[in-house]
Ligand binder design. Structure first.
Ligand code: R5P
Length: 285
């Protein structure tokens, strides 16, 4: 077998090192800096025949850094892992004149790599925009294992909307827990109630699970409703902890007992490791 190394951009160095440990291959020491005019620069250490590039696109700089890194790996056979892919939620033209942003990003990242893996992308349909083979890895099992480590008995796993129910179901399967999703019901012209579709939350420990926490608005609203309906505790766990505009504090301030995300987006609360699922997907035993 050809020898392999893992390399990453700046914002994915912890996850990349964990993936390298799972694969039992070295991680390349890469240095990053910026020219006085703001342009990005990087210099990779010694590369190998096969490179696994691990790089979340968390912002515009990360995107440019990834493009530079792929170019630095020219000459190797490259597998690209994009744990978090920004722009994935603009996956259609919602208004005339808009770009399909994920298509633009996917096309740009399809050069110089043999295959691409993403993690819990917002809409797996968007994989068709890549111009090389692309696959979606779900880390629902890792989220489930994290929930097992929480001190909650018989938790109810809740998706904040029907779109997240498949993910919530896969999380719940880890512990054989109950699972449901929240549904909006209009009571009157100015009253909307958000209830679990079928289950009662009274006295239950609830874990809200979602692919992304961005502003935290979705889960903060859900948690408020759940406490009003008698939930004992509410926890939150997601794949991508984007946590924009003070989301973590917002979620804690509405009484969510714990907020956890995976290391696809490296944060202080990234206590759910995605490396195991990623390593198994890119090198199945
Ligand atoms: C929506 O479809 C996604 O699954 C998330 O629920 C959403 O992106 C979360 O956004 P926010 O945290 O800003 O409410």
């Amino acid at each position: 077998m050809r020898s392999t190394k893992v390399i990453s951009t700046e914002k994915s160095q912890v996850l990349a090192t964990r993936v390298a440990e799972e694969l039992r291959v070295p991680v390349v020491d890469t240095r990053f800096s910026r020219f006085p005019d703001g342009e990005l620069y990087l210099r990779a250490g010694e590369l190998d025949d096969e490179m696994v590039i691990v790089s979340s696109v968390v912002d515009n700089d990360a995107l440019v850094q990834l493009l530079l890194l792929i170019d630095a790996c020219d000459g190797s056979s490259n597998t690209l892992v994009i744990p978090y892919l920004a722009y994935a939620r603009q996956d259609k033209r919602f208004n005339p004149g808009e770009p399909i942003s994920i298509r633009a990003v996917a096309r740009a990242l399809s050069h110089g790599v043999r295959e691409i893996f993403v993690v819990n992308i917002h809409q797996p349909d968007a994989l068709r925009y890549f111009r090389v083979t692309a696959a979606n890895i779900s880390i629902a099992p890792a989220v489930g294992r994290y929930i097992q480590s929480l001190e909650v008995s018989n938790p109810l796993i809740l998706a904040p909307d029907e779109g997240a129910i498949a993910f919530a179901g896969d999380v719940a399967a880890v512990g054989g827990w109950d699972c449901d999703f929240l549904e909006k019901n209009r009571i009157s012209s100015d009253e909307i109630r958000i209830n679990p579709k079928s289950l009662n939350v009274s006295s239950r420990d609830v874990v809200l699970v979602d692919d992304i926490i961005s502003t935290g608005g979705t889960l903060a609203t859900a948690a408020g409703m759940l406490y009003r309906q008698g939930a004992a505790t509410v926890h939150a766990a997601c794949v991508h902890g984007v946590l924009s505009t003070g989301a973590y504090a917002r979620l804690r301030s509405v009484g969510i007992a714990t907020v956890a995300s995976s290391d696809t987006y490296e944060r202080a609360c990234s206590c759910i490791p995605a490396a195991g699922e990623i390593a198994r997907a890119i090198r199945p035993c």
